[in-house]
Design a protein around this ligand. Structure first.
Ligand code: CMP
Length: 214
C-alpha cells in the first residue's frame, strides 16, 4: 500500500466480511464505495428473479448513482468475499469531484464503460435460445477477462448473467465439456487454452448459422 493509499484507508477504509448486503435496491443512498480488495456483486430483482448486473473488483466503484442523481439505490450490492473498501459520504464525494478534474474524468470514463457493457449485455440477452445466449455471454466474459491466465467463473455467476436456472446452466455446460469446449471443475467453469476459446467461438458461429441443430 502506498502512503497515499494508507492515508485514504485510515480515513475512509472499512473491512467488510463476505456475504454482507451493503444496501438493497430501493434504499436511500448516502455513501459510495471504492473496492480496495475483494469482490462485490451488483444485482437486481427482475420479475422475482435475481439477476447479476456485474461483479466488481479491486479499483472499481459503486453506489455513486444514488448520490449523483438523488434517487433510490438502483440495485443491491453484496460482498462475495471479505473486502476492504473506501466508504465515501455524499459531501466528500461532491468535494472530490468538484475539486479534482482528473478524478471527475475517471468517473465519467468508467460510467461510459459501464454503459457500453450494459449495451453489450442487452444484445446478448436478446438471444432467445438459452444455449446460444449462455455461450455468447461466456465468450464475452472470456474476451473481457481482467486477469491474464486461465479463465474461471462460477456456474452461479454465469446463470445470473444469462438469466437461466443454475441446473439448466450446468446441463448446457456438461454438454460443452463433453466436446471439450471447456472444463467443469465442481461449481466452476474453466477455460484453459486458446484452442478452447476458438472452439467456443466456432460453436457460437455454428449455432448462429444452423440454429439449435448445432
Ligand atoms: P446506486 O444506484 O447508488 O446503487 C447501486 C449501484 O450499482 C449503482 O449506484 C451503481 O454504482 C451500480 N450499478 C448499477 N447498475 C450497474 C451495472 N449495470 N453495472 C455495474 N454497476 C452497476
Amino acid at each position: 500500500m502506498s502512503d497515499i493509499q494508507a492515508a485514504l484507508f485510515s480515513r475512509f477504509g472499512k473491512k467488510i466480511p463476505g456475504g454482507t448486503v451493503l444496501f438493497q435496491e430501493g434504499d436511500r443512498g448516502e455513501e459510495m464505495f471504492i473496492i480496495q480488495t475483494g469482490k462485490v456483486k451488483i444485482s437486481k430483482r427482475i420479475r422475482g428473479v435475481e439477476k447479476t448486473l456485474a461483479t466488481l473488483e479491486k479499483g472499481e466503484f459503486f453506489g455513486e448513482m444514488a448520490i449523483l442523481n438523488d434517487k433510490p439505490r438502483s440495485a443491491t450490492a453484496e460482498t462475495l468475499e471479505d473486502c476492504e473498501m473506501l466508504v465515501i459520504d455524499r459531501k466528500t464525494f461532491d468535494a472530490l469531484i468538484r475539486g479534482n478534474v482528473e478524478i471527475a474524468v475517471r468517473f465519467i470514463k468508467r460510467l461510459a464503460d459501464r454503459l457500453r457493457e450494459t449495451n453489450d449485455q442487452m444484445e446478448a440477452l436478446m438471444i432467445k435460445d438459452n444455449t446460444s445466449r449462455l455461450v455468447s455471454i461466456l465468450a464475452k466474459q472470456v474476451k473481457d477477462q481482467k486477469k491474464s491466465g486461465d479463465f474461471f467463473m462460477t456456474i452461479e455467476e454465469l446463470a445470473g448473467l444469462a438469466g437461466i436456472e443454475n441446473s439448466q446452466v450446468r446441463n448446457i455446460l456438461e454438454k460443452l465439456a463433453s466436446v471439450r469446449i471447456l472444463e467443469l471443475a465442481g461449481e466452476k467453469v474453466h477455460i484453459a487454452t486458446q484452442d478452447q476459446v476458438d472452439r467456443l467461438l466456432r460453436y457460437l458461429e455454428m449455432r448462429e448459422i444452423f440454429g439449435e441443430m448445432a
